[in-house]
Design a protein around this ligand. Structure first.
Ligand SMILES: [Zn+2]
Ligand SMILES: [Zn+2]
Length: 644
């Protein structure tokens, strides 16, 4: 008999060679019907793997991330079989599950697979799925594995890197693939499939290698779930920040300037400026001081900070000066510069905390295939700040940073978020730098602040960085997608590396603690997320253009200018559309640009010294005075933008 521990802590005895599916059946038939994958002692196993030792077993259904992973991993096998059958001679490479679905990288030879083929591939996949074929994992010798794939250089390369005795194949139907395991019981559970797209992908992500075709797909246990997912995708497409960025004239990219280097257009630059001013104002109230540092720094600076070891090889290479021996790096992080600002003076405990803030632009190399709109770029501006304080001040500083982050989220319409507290692994204290006493203080400070501020939080033990614990905010956007925004991180490492000190009340020199924090993260990524969250309908206070004046004909040009003037006096950002177009067309275009208020003026309005106001989306506010309109705008602004 073996002892199986279940997640609820209960321990049950089973005959040796019991499978996870047998265990599920012993609990309930209903559970057995829904179990699609399992892990045993922390490793993924098949639901039919015989268990031979005591251990803890977790059973997964579609509702767990692990279950979805097994479902999509297994679906990738079905996709591979379909592609192999439809395109004889196609060479399979790798095909993992991803966050949403799965892909398979295939060398199709001269054949080009395009969206015209998707339906055929889907039908083939469904036909295979309906066969209810079991997935069977079997061990195979290296020699035999190499023999099987003697005509496939990709699989051969993969197998050559594996150790004999650890290699497994997975069979289902007439199909076999090299695979480590983690499958659902059989193909019949896959009820709905969709081939989503194809893209080029280099073998092993290396531009020097051959370009393969990556076929993306997704699958579900129910047709309804696929329909819902596709609807969400449609919605996401409409809200794609790259599309909205173009339509709203916020930013652009130029192949001449370089990939991953966004160019901010006037409206986008104004939007950024507004966001920066908003944060600067709140930071000022919390005692932050703005600093400015250069975009490059000597290589030695980053050797000291440890960033060179981390980013050096895989990032932009040093810039060399005409004089020999001088090397500079594009700044990958602002922290080292701020440490040197701290070091430019001597501080006593009475001077602390020092809070240095900078909208600092940093540069990090990303492979061209990884670049994505504003969310993955090569140059971006962090709303960075570093707080240097005594260990005893951590508690208070943490609370302040949380207040600031909550203020930012509240003002920008992010209502759905959780906090993730990452603590060190208490069983491996040697992995971390800094004294036990300080770690305890910092962890307690983070937890206290989190609880005191009433945050919905989860604790991740062992997820702290080696240099300190942290608090991350996970935000859900309007489409239910999760983003990590706003990081607060304690650091014992850089103060050590840069030999930062302050004089304590005991007249001795001490090391300050450093907090890194960035409520937005980066301006680029934040604006991208905000665009997708709001669909371009930013809170009114942030809107590039809050109103547009649409004149019914050229006759009212003068009155339009007068209205604009009054609006400007009320600090309302407005445009005038004087074009000789029908009012219907002007309204449609203003709607497209998502301008919150359309001010229509014609003969009646001019005579009565009024304006007719229509809101984005269609609501008619009727004929009102400009003063009344200004009050409406003010009230709407105050609804989201509160005093800090
Ligand atoms: Zn597999
Ligand atoms: Zn930092």
């Amino acid at each position: 008999m073996i002892q199986i521990t279940l997640p609820d802590g209960s321990i049950k005895a089973f005959e040796e060679n019991v499978t996870p599916m047998d265990v599920a059946k012993s609990i309930s038939e209903g559970l057995a019907r829904n179990v699609i994958s399992a892990s045993f002692n922390g490793s993924t196993v098949e639901t039919v793997t015989p268990l031979t030792t005591d251990g803890s077993l977790v059973l997964y259904t579609w509702n767990n991330d692990e279950g979805k992973k097994a479902f999509w991993h297994s679906s990738a096998h079905v996709l591979a079989q379909a592609l192999e059958e439809l395109y004889p001679g196609a060479k399979l490479t790798i095909g993992p599950a991803i966050e949403n679905g799965f892909y398979y990288d295939v060398d199709f030879g001269d054949h080009i697979v395009s969206d015209k083929d998707f339906k055929t591939i889907e039908n083939k996949m469904l036909e295979i799925a309906r066969g209810k074929h079991d997935f069977n994992l079997r061990a195979i010798s290296k020699a035999e594995a190499l023999e099987t794939y003697k005509n496939n250089p990709y699989k051969t390369e993969l197998i050559e890197n594996l150790e004999d005795g650890t290699i497994t194949f997975c069979d289902h139907s007439t199909f076999t693939d090299l695979c480590r395991g983690g499958h659902i019981p059989n193909t019949g559970i896959i009820k709905a499939v969709k081939v989503l797209s194809v893209a080029g992908a280099y073998w092993r992500g290396d531009e020097k290698n051959k370009q393969l075709t990556r076929v993306y797909g997704i699958s579900f246990p129910k047709q309804k779930e696929l329909t819902e997912y596709l609807h969400l995708l449609e919605e996401a497409k409409k809200r794609d920040h790259r599309k909205l960025g173009k339509e709203l004239e916020l930013f652009t990219f130029s192949s001449k300037v370089g990939q991953g280097l966004p160019l901010w257009l006037p409206k986008g630059a104004a939007l950024r400026e507004r966001l920066e001013d908003f944060l600067k104002k709140a930071q000022k109230k919390q005692g932050y001081e703005m600093v400015v540092t250069p975009h490059i720094g000597q290589k030695e600076l980053y050797v000291t900070s440890g960033h060179y070891a981390k980013y050096g090889e895989d990032s932009f290479q040093p810039i060399k000066t005409p004089k020999e021996g001088e090397e500079f790096l594009l700044k990958p992080m602002n922290c080292p510069h701020h440490c040197e600002i701290y070091n430019s003076a001597q501080w006593s405990y009475k001077d602390l905390p020092k809070r240095f803030a900078e909208f600092g632009t940093v540069y990090r190399y990303e492979q061209s295939g990884e670049l994505h709109g504003l969310t993955r770029v090569r140059g971006f501006t962090q709303d960075d700040a570093h707080i240097f304080c005594t260990p005893d001040q951590l508690d208070e500083e943490f609370k302040k940073v949380i207040d600031l982050v909550l203020y930012v989220f509240g003002s920008l319409g992010f209502e759905n978020f959780t906090a993730q507290v990452s603590l060190r692994d208490p069983d491996n204290p040697e992995k971390y730098i800094g004294s036990d006493e300080n770690w305890e203080k910092a962890e307690k400070a983070i937890l206290n602040a989190t609880i005191e501020k009433g945050l919905d939080y989860v604790v991740e033990t062992g997820e702290a960085a080696f240099y300190g614990p942290k608090l991350d905010f996970m935000v859900k956007d309007a489409l239910g997608r999760q983003w990590q925004l706003g990081t607060i991180q304690v650091d014992y490492n850089l103060p050590e590396r840069f030999e930062l000190t302050y004089k304590g009340s005991d007249n001795e020199m001490h090391r300050p603690v450093m907090i890194h924090r960035a409520p937005f993260g980066s301006m680029e990524r934040f604006i991208a997320i905000l665009l997708e969250h709001t669909g371009g309908n930013f809170p009114l206070w942030l809107m590039p253009d809050q109103a547009i004046i649409l004149s019914i004909s050229e006759k009212y040009e003068k009155y339009a200018e007068k209205v604009l003037n009054v609006l400007e006096n009320h600090e309302i950002r407005a445009l005038v559309d004087h074009r000789n177009e029908t009012i219907g067309k002007k309204i449609r275009e203003a709607e497209m640009k998502k301008i919150p208020y359309m001010i229509i003026i014609g003969e009646n309005e001019e005579q009565e010294n009024k304006i007719s106001v229509r809101q984005h989306g269609g609501e008619d506010l009727g004929s009102i005075s400009i003063e009344e309109f200004a009050k409406i705008v003010e009230a709407e602004t105050n609804k989201t933008l509160k005093q800090f």
